[in-house]
Design a protein around this ligand. Structure first.
Ligand SMILES: [Zn+2]
Length: 94
């Protein structure tokens, strides 16, 4: 189920609504496509936010705020590049 959806409001146009709260999240657009574009953005952001969670770094075990399922390394390991190839294990942070 989508969190946000495009609805048509008579004489005003198309707007993006939060499906669960019925709250309008955008201004009124003259075309459905314009509203749908903004709607997609909101749905994507919501999905990305939900995917973000605290994980343990695959490399050093430090808990960190992951940006998504693809993000399994903490900032330290991700930036050092060591985690990518796992050539050398990095030192766990204490
Ligand atoms: Zn790490």
């Amino acid at each position: 189920m989508k969190d946000f959806e495009v609805r048509h409001v008579s004489r005003k146009g198309f707007a993006v609504y939060n499906a669960s709260t019925n709250k309008r999240e955008s201004g009124f657009y003259s075309g459905r496509a314009l509203a749908a574009c903004y709607c997609d953005t909101l749905n994507r952001e919501k999905k990305e936010q939900a995917a973000r969670s605290k994980r343990k770094c695959m490399c050093c075990g430090t808990p960190f705020l992951s940006e998504g399922i693809h993000n399994r390394l903490c900032r330290n390991c991700g930036h050092s590049g060591l985690g990518k190839d796992m050539i050398e294990p990095c030192t766990p942070q204490t």
